[in-house]
Design a protein around this ligand. Structure first.
Ligand code: ITT
Length: 192
């Protein structure tokens, strides 16, 4: 029987991306599937702290082996903002977040940025952290319909298209989350 692992997220896009990368050696369960509809606290000031907090919550309350991620966009010219506050940057949704970011970058020629993901895994007695980063730049006007969050304004290094234009197949190969999940997968597969 496949080992059950909870991915502590409420974001269906992320669940889909991660399940695609991990393949089918593990049975990945969503929070919804384990009957958890709590708004799990994310009160740490770091990605690793928030990821650990989410994974520990699930392990403590539901007893499952579990991993959780925290991700965000770090913009060079804004000293790493929005960072851990990426989801709540504007107080509105993704469109308002992008508007605020573009506004804050108005007139700035330095457009470098990176997406970062940290995954915390709680497996038996072990705790492990995995990190993935993708560098790129913030363009001035949204392009593309795919992805989520800041995807329409982020062009990864080595490409001319935004994450929202590249489509999920390419994004799932090169993204911050893909890199962190790849490290998680290597670790889990070694465990067998
Ligand atoms: P959960 O906490 O339920 O997992 P979330 O949407 O809050 O889902 P994260 O904490 O990982 O997801 O990411 C915080 C925000 O960072 C997210 O809402 C997006 O605005 C942005 N973000 C993260 N990964 C992204 C990606 O691959 N593409 C675009 N934006 C992303």
């Amino acid at each position: 029987m496949k080992h059950k692992l909870v991915f502590a997220t409420n974001n269906a896009h992320k669940l889909e991306e991660v399940a695609a990368i991990l393949g089918d050696s593990y049975h990945i369960l969503s929070l919804h599937e384990i009957g958890c509809d709590a708004d799990i606290p994310e009160t740490s000031g770091t990605f690793a702290g928030n990821a650990l907090q989410k994974a520990q919550y699930v392990k403590q309350h539901y007893g499952y082996d579990c991993f959780a991620d925290d991700s965000g966009l770090e913009v060079d010219a804004l000293d790493g903002a929005p960072g851990v506050y990426s989801a709540r940057y504007s107080g509105g949704g993704s469109e308002a977040n992008m508007d605020k970011l573009l506004h804050n970058l108005t007139g700035k020629s330095q457009r470098g940025a990176q997406f970062r993901t940290v995954i915390a895994l709680l497996l038996g007695e072990e705790t492990q952290l995995f990190e993935g980063i993708v560098r790129g730049s913030i363009i001035e006007v949204r392009r593309g319909e795919g992805g989520f969050g800041y995807d329409p304004i982020f062009v990864p290094e080595g490409y001319d298209l935004t994450f929202a234009e590249l489509g999920s197949e390419v994004k799932n190969r090169i993204s911050h989350r893909a890199k962190a999940v790849e490290l998680l997968a290597q670790y889990l597969n070694k465990k067998g």
